[in-house]
Design a protein around this ligand. Structure first.
Ligand code: MG
Length: 219
């Protein structure tokens, strides 16, 4: 596990995002920016997803957190190479943090890079990391109103995971209303109903991830 502490990082985010995008392209790596609220289940989704991908694909993870390496330790146990970024209080990752962390990842040896963003429905949506896809994890226990209240992150995402579906009977969430809000905000996104805890629905999500992988590498 490698740990970075990066505070007060400023700079041209778009420029670093473009550099990251180029590094991913050259290495033939699919990078996914995984966003969502604290407690939505981003790390749990990764813990459940990595073993499904690991037999066929080489997976790396960049973990973004304000403090602690707890999530990175979980990812390491799940069997993926992990680099931890501690933002020291900043509510989102930025492209320069990713660029710096990539120095510790031999990208050529990976097919897939998950970037778990800081848990937050607002700030991460404002920063392009250079990842090829954005994915939002939404925990059903957050309440159905969050999509309409925080539309930007959902609008930007190519895939949305409705997680903790096993807890649906214990909530007041009506899936039909949630679907209405989601299709008003982003009718194009691939939508997956999953439970990281039980493993339900993860096959479809994994198939989607694999379908996003770039073709054979350019010489
Ligand atoms: Mg996490």
């Amino acid at each position: 596990m490698k740990v970075h502490l990066m505070q007060n990082v400023m700079g041209a985010n778009a420029e670093y995002a473009a550099r990251n995008r180029e590094l991913f392209r050259q290495a033939g790596v699919l990078a996914l920016n995984l966003m969502g609220s604290p407690g939505s289940g981003k790390t749990a989704i990764l813990e459940a997803t990595i073993p499904l991908l690991a037999p066929n694909y080489r997976v790396a993870v960049i973990e973004g957190d304000l403090f602690t390496t707890r999530d990175a330790a979980r990812i390491e146990r799940a069997g993926a190479e992990v680099v931890q970024i501690n933002t020291g209080g900043s509510c989102h990752l930025n492209a320069k943090m990713i660029y710096t962390a990539l120095a510790d990842l031999p990208l050529d040896t990976f097919d897939l890079l998950f970037i778990e963003n800081v848990g937050n429905l607002v700030c991460p949506a404002g920063f392009d990391l250079g990842a090829g896809r954005r994915v939002t994890v939404f925990g059903i226990t957050e309440g159905a109103d969050k999509v309409a209240k925080y539309p930007k992150m959902f609008r930007q995402s190519q895939a949305i995971l409705i997680n903790k579906l096993d807890l649906l009977p214990h909530t007041d969430v009506e899936l039909t209303l949630l679907h209405q809000d989601l299709s008003a905000v982003n009718p194009e996104a691939a939508l997956f109903h999953v439970s990281a805890r039980t493993g339900a629905g993860l096959e479809g999500w994994v198939r989607w991830v694999v379908a996003q992988l770039p073709g054979p590498r350019e010489g």
